[in-house]
Write a protein that binds this ligand. Structure first.
Ligand code: NAD
Length: 510
């Protein structure tokens, strides 16, 4: 199947538009950019970036749609999300392939991303009947006090290239059932996957006679993200990406006292203790470190190994890395695809050089791949570097398959090493020892938003709240009670008596 058939199947037709609301009238006014696949370097298509005037037009459409959408009951909104989930089931193969081709992740991971969208739709449908508020006993007689939750308005979603569709759906499925309309600025590196999602949802809106402004997409660069951050029309900005971007968005939104959900960089460690089952740990380490070519926010970047297991594990890992097949992600025989672009390759090379200068030793990998199979120039070897805690570079997130291998003596040291980075997203321990596992999960253990035992750092599932601490931004998305972030809480007190008693027994006699 060619990319053009794929795009046609997904109803993405030329010319490609920067905004889909009122598509036919409004083509983006800004610069035209060419999107090519990191898999083979071939052009997928061109998009025109949006400018401020396009942005304003999108906001008008979103504002018009909000009063219509919020008037539906939450279960009615859930029904629309259910239908979206059904469309995604039909399009899983087409959309999964497009994600894989545009972003460069393996086909299995492309399908997995679409499955995650389906899962969050299912979760949101159930949630649409469970947006509970509490009832609280009032101190005043004949009074009823309770809290309820209302939609916020327009939710702005800024997303990163590495999960071109799933992260949007985590946000939007919840935001929709909560009664919000959404404006999405996907990464300008992966616009086609985003346009496909919009086209699929548009079918559902049309079928149900609802305005397209319930879901809006705007293809733009950081200047559009910045407009969203400063726009008081946007009640909540949910931003996923680098810590640098998050700090900028947080500052701008805070200046107008708006709300944010921030899902930023990670620097995730796995601890392998003397009680670990290495047959379980090794595939978890390899998938965590090389899956999506190390371009997951939850990728395993640091491996802290007890001295008793260190040499054995190193040898087995190096052996496993030598068997990794790197190549076109659409070929299911390959384990690892390319990095997103050649800038990412330069970043990979610079990090390896710096690590060596700081005393790191390359155990395996370290090279950029060349030749006919790698013509996009984006393929690199997954790399393991023996490192030590004094190396400054291990505190940074490099979005590439680079794993730092470090030795420890006591669990206390390992936990302290793990926590001694600015980021706090995901963490894992491999141990069959209950005391070690529970210490790791205790208040003195991992300081991350995600802490796993005997599974790797990556591969979160829908249902649990996803997010991290410190420079990861503190946001929570997807599962548990993350929906509360997309609503405003209202505390209500109703007096059904004939008196007007005041709280705290205050007397006020007229
Ligand atoms: P990025 O920060 O370069 O871009 C992310 C998005 O933010 C893009 O849409 C971009 O256009 C926009 N943007 C950039 N600067 C902005 C600004 N100043 N104001 C407003 N918008 C701006 O990130 P990336 O390279 O696309 O993605 C990789 C990063 O994302 C990694 O750090 C990774 O850890 C992180 N990430 C985090 C999570 C999470 O859930 N914690 C998930 C995925 C990715």
């Amino acid at each position: 199947m060619t990319i053009h058939t794929l795009l046609n199947n997904l109803n993405i037709q030329e010319p490609f538009y920067s905004i889909s609301t009122g598509l036919n009238e409004q083509v983006g006014q800004g610069e035209k950019i060419v999107i090519s696949s990191p898999a083979d370097g071939k052009t997928i298509g061109e998009v025109r970036l949006a400018e401020a005037s396009d942005y304003n037009a999108v906001i008008v459409k979103a504002k018009e749609a909000f009063p219509i959408w919020r008037t539906l009951t939450a279960p009615q909104r859930g029904e629309i999300v259910r239908q979206y989930g059904e469309e995604l089931r039909k399009e899983k193969e087409n959309l999964g392939k497009l994600v894989s081709y545009e972003m460069g992740k393996s086909l299995q991971e492309g399908y997995g991303e679409v499955q995650e969208m389906i899962d969050i739709c299912d979760f949101a449908v159930g949630l649409s009947r469970q947006l509970y508020g509490l009832q609280i006993h009032s101190e005043r007689p004949n009074h009823r006090m309770f809290e309820q939750w209302h939609p916020l308005g327009i939710v702005g979603i800024i997303s990163a290239f590495n999960f071109p569709v799933a992260v949007w759906s985590w946000n939007t499925a919840l935001a929709w059932v909560c009664g919000n309309v959404c404006v999405w600025k996907p990464s300008e590196k992966t616009p086609f996957s985003a346009i496909a999602c919009q086209e699929i949802f548009k079918r559902v809106l049309e079928r149900n006679d609802l305005p397209e402004g319930v879901s809006n997409i705007i293809i733009g660069d950081s200047s559009i993200g910045n407009l969203m951050a400063s726009d008081t029309n946007i009640s909540l900005v949910s931003a996923t990406g680098s810590t640098r971007m998050g700090k900028s968005v947080a500052e701008t939104v805070a200046k107008r006292l708006g709300k944010t959900i921030l899902e930023l960089g990670g620097n995730n460690a796995m601890i392998v203790t003397e009680h670990a089952d290495l047959t379980q740990a090794i595939p978890a380490i390899v998938f965590g470190a090389v899956g999506t070519a190390g371009q997951r926010c939850t990728s395993t970047r640091r491996l802290l190994v007890h001295e008793s297991q260190y040499e054995t594990l190193k040898e087995k890992l190096v052996d496993a890395y030598r068997q990794i097949r790197i190549g076109n992600p659409l070929d299911e025989n390959n384990h690892v695809g390319p990095l997103i672009d050649t800038d990412a390759v330069t970043n990979y090379q610079n990090t390896i050089k710096t690590a060596q200068e700081q005393g790191g030793y390359i155990c395996v990998g370290g090279q950029v791949l060349e030749g006919a199979m790698y013509q996009s120039g984006c393929y690199v070897e997954p790399t393991i570097i023996e490192a030590h805690s004094a190396m400054e570079i291990v505190k940074h997130e490099t979005f590439a398959p680079i794993l730092y291998l470090m030795k420890y003596q006591t669990l206390e040291d390992a936990i302290s090493l793990q926590n001694d980075v600015p980021q706090g997203l995901s963490s894992a321990i491999f141990t069959l020892n209950m005391r070690e596992a529970e210490t790791f999960l205790s208040a003195t253990g991992s300081d991350c938003g995600i802490a796993n035992v005997n599974i790797g750092t990556s591969g979160a599932e829908i249902g649990g709240a996803f997010g991290g601490e410190k420079e990861t931004g503190g946001g929570r998305e997807s599962g548990s009670d993350a929906w509360k972030g997309y609503m405003r809480r209202q505390t209500c007190t109703v007096n059904y008596g004939t008196e007007l008693p005041l709280a705290q027994g205050i007397k006020f006699n007229l």
